[in-house]
Design a protein around this ligand. Structure first.
Ligand code: AHR
Length: 311
């Protein structure tokens, strides 16, 4: 798929028009839809030619897309890696072809730092810590007494946001709640609504006494709410819910009292990414790690914040 204008006019201050190859994860969540829109709109505004591909959450599709961008000799490649491992070979091919690579949203594990120039996106470990802190507040507000039996809906197995959101949350648990909190079930829902619904239904069968759900994204929480209600329980009351992202539908559920708190993760990375692409293309030195800024939201803020949500 090719996006952006086809004229050869300059969108970058007199130089040749930049061609950017962007290999997206998929369209698994509301967050991803907003991220894709942001990237496409910002590339258009910047006057770049955008080659865009959707990997449908499959690493092999993303690797093929990157290979095709190398073959097409794009100026810069940006991608949001489905999982953290297994990128060295294809990124070495990009390096040999002298095409700079930018990671957006998700990080990778590699022993060779020269395989990408910069990583722009959220700090997922911190999001996990913030979710843990938020649960403390939510339990207190609910006047919760007794054991906290947590169900965790993990993101895609092996993906940075799944690994790190679990890690950050566990840090808070291990430091301050060793005795009173317990993750009784934890499984992937692949960041999708359908996954969240299905896995939560199974959780409720095996562990009917769950009283907290920590979902690694809003979409899985929204799917889980359907199963909680189908089981005759009240989401946000019988089962307190914390999730991550802050998409509109998440805010709607929170304003209805069904989600208790949301840790924001900003998908609107397009404009910052395009600035970075320009610098990289011009051969400027860029920051190795660019973190996006985010907020935390509780139920009482949901109604006021809803009209101002941009994704
Ligand atoms: O990588 C970011 C995560 O991917 C978002 O939190 C989730 O909704 C998406 O699918």
């Amino acid at each position: 798929e090719d996006e952006g204008g086809s004229s050869s006019s300059d969108g970058n201050g007199g130089g040749k028009k930049i061609t950017l190859g962007f290999a997206q994860v998929g369209s698994e969540s509301g967050w991803r839809t907003a991220n894709t829109k942001s990237v496409k709109a910002a590339a258009k505004d910047a006057g770049y030619t955008l080659k865009f591909s959707d990997a449908q959450q499959k690493q092999e599709n993303q690797i093929s897309a990157i290979r095709s961008y190398i073959a097409q000799k794009v100026n810069v490649i940006a991608f949001s890696p489905v999982v953290v491992t297994g990128w060295d070979a294809v990124l070495k091919e990009a390096k040999t072809a002298k095409i700079p690579v930018i990671l957006t949203d998700r990080s990778i594990e590699t022993s060779d730092d020269s395989l990408y120039v910069s990583f722009i996106g959220s700090d997922f470990t911190d999001e996990g810590r913030r979710a843990g802190k938020m649960l403390e507040t939510v339990l207190e507000k609910a006047g919760h007494k007794g054991a906290v039996k947590i169900a965790q809906l993990e993101g895609t197995t092996g993906a940075a946001p799944a690994l790190e959101r679990a890690k950050g949350f566990k840090e808070i648990m291990d430091a301050d709640h060793k005795d009173d909190w317990k993750i009784v079930v934890s499984q992937t829902g692949d960041f999708t609504r359908a996954g969240g619904k299905q896995v939560m239904a199974a959780f409720l069968q095996s562990n009917p006494d769950i009283n907290v759900l920590y979902a690694h994204n809003d979409d899985m929480a929204l799917g889980a709410i359907q199963s909680i209600e189908a089981a005759g329980k009240k989401a946000g009351k019988d089962i307190l819910i914390i999730s991550v992202d802050g998409v509109k539908d998440g805010f709607v559920a929170m304003s209805e009292g069904k989600i208790n708190g949301i840790v924001e993760c900003n998908p609107l990375l397009g404009p910052q990414l395009m600035e970075l692409v320009k610098k990289v293309n011009d051969g400027e030195t860029v920051e190795r790690r660019i973190k996006t800024k985010e907020g935390d939201f509780l139920q009482e803020q949901a109604k006021d914040a809803l009209p101002t949500r941009k994704y």
